[in-house]
Design a protein around this ligand. Structure first.
Ligand code: UDP
Ligand code: MG
Length: 314
């Protein structure tokens, strides 16, 4: 069994010289086949040069992948996963906030038969107001909406079996949702408390604006989980609801016209219900287009709508 460590790097020249010894210290005693993939995500400092030196100094274990420009942490992670080949992948940050000393703990937990072991920064060392508190709210929300119950989706330090990663495509800034995709793909998920240290060198790349991105990502993932294979249920459901509602309003306006004599056209409800009737109709049409897209997605790539663990036959 082989372990691949993957580290995304963006402007971390001061942290790298300290990171490598800590990784060696954690992994060497484990006595297993391992490698380390350091991905430079278009750093503007000397990180790329430092990574090249590190790869040259220990070609047996260290690989440097230098990206063309800054693509963001998720893309950097994906590049690292693609360029490594261990059966187990552990991701960690380059800024020394994650502690490589936790690696054996993650492996031990994974060994109990899990596909993903998520690190939980229980004692998180980041700015309370802009990071820790918003993140706690976001984590609660993600846990509720997705039904995959973890305390800390944003913690990079997590261990994955490659089989499960192979089933997942990551876009945008979706790396925090890997456990959710993994659960959807049938993976078993666990969680362990890991250490977290304050950032000493360099500066954090994210602030409060990430809250909104996470919120939008969450809407996307909820849609994908619940409706990607049957979009007409969502669009058509909304559409039918709107049309039914406006039909009832129009009908009661007509009844009122006959019984009391109030003119239909004078009521604002007339315009509102005509508008929502049209909206409902368009929503159903959108759902039909989404159904076409979904079929194209599966059939053009020969994708299956299921995933088999094993088939038993004499
Ligand atoms: N990172 C990256 N590309 C980016 C931003 C960040 O590869 O565009 C890396 C960064 O070098 C670090 C990790 O992603 O190793 C996490 O970044 P950061 O420490 O800024 O995030 P935080 O720990 O504050 O969530
Ligand atoms: Mg950090």
């Amino acid at each position: 069994m082989k372990l691949s460590l993957v580290v995304p790097v963006y402007n971390e020249e001061e942290n790298l010289p300290e990171l490598l010894p800590r990784i060696y210290q954690a992994v060497a005693p484990l006595n297993l086949d391992w490698d380390l993939t350091l991905v430079d995500d278009g750093s503007r400092d000397q990180s790329a040069a430092v990574l090249k030196q590190m790869a040259a100094a220990d070609p047996e274990h260290v690989r440097a992948v230098i990206l063309n420009r800054n693509y963001g942490q998720t893309a950097a992670i994906t590049a690292g996963i693609d360029h490594s080949d261990g059966d187990i992948v552990i991701l960690l940050d380059a800024d020394l906030q994650n502690d490589p000393a936790d690696i054996p703990l993650l492996l031990e937990e994974l060994d109990k038969g899990y596909d993903v072991v998520s690190g939980w920064r229980k004692d998180r060392q980041d700015n309370k107001l802009t990071r820790t508190i918003p993140s706690r709210i976001a984590n609660g929300l993600i846990s509720n909406v997705t039904g995959v119950h973890l305390h800390d989706y944003g913690c990079t330090l997590k261990a994955y079996r490659r089989d499960i990663l192979n089933k997942i495509n990551l876009y945008g800034e979706m790396h925090r949702f890997i456990p959710v995709y993994a659960a959807e793909a049938g993976g078993k998920i666990s969680e362990v408390v890991v250490h977290h240290h304050p950032r000493i060198h360099g500066k954090a790349n994210y602030g409060l604006e990430r809250v909104f991105k996470v919120l939008l990502d969450l809407i996307t993932i909820k849609f994908l989980l619940s409706y990607a294979k049957k979009p007409i249920y969502l669009f058509g459901g909304v559409g039918l609801g709107l049309m039914a509602g406006s039909f009832i309003v129009l009908l009661s306006l007509a009844v009122r016209r006959v019984v009391v004599g109030t003119p239909v056209l004078g009521s604002p409800w007339f315009q509102i219900s005509v508008m929502s009737f049209i909206l409902g109709f368009i929503s159903i049409l959108l759902g039909l287009i989404a159904e076409l897209l979904m079929r194209t997605y599966y059939e053009s790539q020969n994708k299956r709508t299921y995933d088999i663990r094993e088939v038993i036959k004499k």
